[in-house]
Design a protein around this ligand. Structure first.
Ligand code: ZN
Ligand code: ZN
Length: 271
């Protein structure tokens, strides 16, 4: 039996998968890092959530864990590529097949479903029986950075990966919709860990913005893990009573601080 064609196919899938995952991760994390931590940092001084930046050794640890996460994704990509040949996934290439309205709706639908999946998977990983094996690695970043986005244990990487192929079994998705969803995912992930509150001060009273999770929302989750499990939206945390009781107060502190009082105010929240 000649294994060369299969081996070639696996290597080919691995290269394509690695390029895709590495570019997506770099766009999100490096993009947010350069934009927020380098370019805009002087302007955002009063929006910095913690008093200190994370040490370089934490970022190094996050990059190593993120590389491992990308390799897990690539390994799963290889399986998915093969599985896709059976026609089991409902991905389509011709927009006219389902129309533009569906294309747009499918993006929103995927984000809402992903938020639900994330909330419950995330909350489950905080269960004492799963936490150490699945989620402790992510929480080793007590003071997160944009690179915390993919700082996962192997088990968590598999859980995070599983959402898209599972949805593709049931929901027809155009390639462009899938790409947009994947990009929104990584940018939202990196922004949620960036350590600067970027949302406007009136977010909590704005009829649309108040439904979105802010940077403070997820930053508080890293600071004290017992709540704020949501990803895009605040709905599940509100419905299930898991929003941190002082979230709104902390958000207002992070958006109302004056530059000269940054140090004294931040000192209060230093953890
Ligand atoms: Zn968590
Ligand atoms: Zn996190």
């Amino acid at each position: 039996m000649n294994l060369t064609p299969q081996l070639d196919a696996i290597i080919n899938h691995a290269i394509i998968g690695f390029q895709f995952e590495a570019i997506r991760y770099s766009m999100g994390t490096l993009g947010v890092f350069f934009l927020i931590w380098i370019l805009l940092a002087p302007l955002l001084k009063n929006r910095k959530i913690r008093a200190h930046r994370s040490p370089a050794k934490q970022i190094k640890m996050e990059l190593l864990y993120s590389l491992r996460t990308i390799l897990v994704f690539v390994a799963l990509d290889i399986i998915i590529f093969d599985f896709a040949q059976t026609g089991v996934f409902k991905q389509y290439q011709d927009i006219s097949e389902y129309g533009t309205a569906w294309l747009l709706f499918s993006i929103v639908l995927m984000l809402v479903l992903h938020d639900t999946y994330f909330y419950w998977a995330h909350r489950a990983m905080h269960h004492t029986k799963l936490y150490k094996r699945f989620h402790l690695t992510h929480h080793r970043s007590h003071n997160p950075t944009p690179f915390t986005a993919y700082s996962f244990a192997v088990g968590e990487a598999v859980v995070m990966y599983a959402f898209i192929p599972t949805m593709l079994l049931f929901i027809p998705l155009h390639g462009s919709a899938l790409t947009i969803v994947l990009l929104v995912m990584i940018f939202k992930n990196a922004i949620g860990h960036c350590g600067y509150e970027l949302f406007p001060k009136n977010t909590l009273s704005n009829p649309i913005l108040k439904h979105l999770t802010t940077v403070t929302h997820h930053d508080m989750h890293h600071e004290k893990a017992g709540g704020n499990f949501g990803f895009y939206f605040t709905w599940w945390d509100k419905w299930m009573g898991t929003e941190h009781s002082n979230y709104e107060e902390r958000f207002l502190q992070n958006t109302s601080r004056r530059v000269k009082s940054v140090n004294s105010e931040l000192a209060i929240h230093r953890v």
